[in-house]
Write a protein of this length. Sequence first.
Length: 149
Amino acid sequence: MSVTLIPLASSLPNALRGNFRSIELSERTARPLRHLFFAALILGCTSGPVAAHAILIESTPAPQSISSGPNIAIRLRFNARIDADRSIITLIRKDGSSWKLQTLKQREPNTLAATATGLQAGDYRIRWRVLAPDGHITSGEIPFSVGGS
C-alpha cells in the first residue's frame, strides 16, 4: 500500500493559493512586534491577584498603644474579606503564656473582633492568623500595653 501526501496549498484552486504564502516581515516591522510580544509576556507572568493575602490595615488597640484595662475590645480590619470561623486571635503575656480568645460574630466581612477580659497592667501581644477566601493564610502580632488603673 502506497500513500502519497499532497500539500494542502497545491490542492487549492489558483485563486486561493496566494493566501497561503509565507509571511515575511522586514526587520523594521519585526522588532516592534518582538518588543510588544515580550512586554505582553512579562506583564502576563508578573500580574496576578495582588490582594490575594489579607493584610491588616487597622487595629484596636493600635500597635505600641497603652489601653486601660481590665477589659479590652480587640478589632482587626483587613484589606480583604476573611473567614472568621477559621481565623484565630491569641493574647500573649510578656512571660510567654497565652490564651486563645473567642472571636465575635463578624459585623463586616473584612473584620475580626474579640474581647480580652481581666487584663492586669503590663505588656501584651495580640497574635492573629486569618484565612482569606482564596486560601491564603496570613498572620502577625500587635504589641500593646495595659496601663494601671
